[in-house]
Design a binder for this molecule. Structure first.
Ligand code: SAH
Length: 257
């Protein structure tokens, strides 16, 4: 039987602060608690604080990731009928057979991305996201990376993401309608590349558009068809690949529709 690696499998951890200015997961969790209940109904700050606690319990301990996940209101990225499920750890339909990824998977992949050797020193530079979907992960990335280039192949979702992201006024998010299997050469080289869709190989362009010191995090189907999460570091000596846990992403498809 395939043994799932420990969660999270140990890879280089991102820097989470200094002793002088503690920036720990515990502190983020404490600060996320709203001081007083905010009326009746969906108190999104309180449910988000609970989501952060679950993420921390599941092994996400990079404070910047928890802080970004706490800041982005996931309920703004789903249909009104699904709003009360927005902070559950589940993927949800966003139309055209696609889904918004589970919070734990978004946090896990972004935490891995922040472990890129080139991000350890000065933070995450330019990031390429393949599969914008409704734009949720792009909004989280926008808080952690200098620039986010996000490519979606389905026009209707590209437009939906634009609409959802507009009120957030994220000047560092660039929405591109295109085939992300080709990467996006205009923004390269990237400190990080993250794919929200999985094929049975990683496109050559992704390797080419990755900076030395950069990291690629993507699902890929193995010989038995099961998807596994892959981390590829581009080092001065070449590519270094780690295979992590099983994941479930929508298929990576070519062309624009
Ligand atoms: N990032 C999203 C997840 C979207 S689901 C979130 O925040 O939840 C994955 C998306 O990848 C789908 O919208 C699908 O249309 C898109 N996709 C699949 N293949 C693609 C490709 N070659 N280029 C760009 N987008 C692609």
């Amino acid at each position: 039987m395939h043994r799932r690696p420990g969660f999270p499998a140990r890879l280089d951890r991102p820097q989470t602060g200094t002793a002088a200015a503690p920036n720990t997961a515990a502190r983020v969790l404490r600060e996320a608690q709203p001081a007083t209940p905010q009326g009746v109904g969906l108190d999104s700050a309180a449910v988000r604080a609970r989501m952060l606690q679950r993420l921390a319990a599941a092994g996400i301990n990079a404070a910047p990731v928890l802080r970004a996940m706490g800041a982005v209101e996931r309920h703004r990225f789903v249909d009104t009928a699904l709003v009360n499920q927005a902070y559950e750890d589940t993927s949800l339909p966003i139309g055209l057979g696609q889904t918004i990824s589970k919070p734990s998977v978004v946090a896990r992949m972004i935490e891995l991305l922040l472990g890129a050797p080139c991000a350890q020193a000065g933070g995450l530079g330019r990031v390429l996201e393949v599969g914008t979907g409704c734009g949720y992960q792009a909004a989280v990335l926008a808080r952690l990376a200098r620039e986010v280039y996000t490519v979606e192949r389905l026009r209707a979702l590209h437009e939906k993401a634009r609409e959802y992201l507009r009120p957030l006024r994220l000047a560092n998010v660039h929405l591109i309608l295109g085939d992300g299997m080709l990467g996006y050469a205009a923004g390269a080289p990237y400190a990080g590349i993250i794919s929200a869709a999985g094929g049975d190989s990683l496109p050559q362009q992704w390797y080419e558009q990755l900076a030395v010191g950069g990291r690629l995090v993507a699902p890929m189907a193995g010989a038995d068809g099961r998807q596994l999460l892959l981390v590829v570091d581009k080092t001065p000596q070449g590519l270094k690949q780690s295979v992590l846990e099983a994941v479930h992403f929508v298929p990576l498809k070519s062309g624009v529709a």
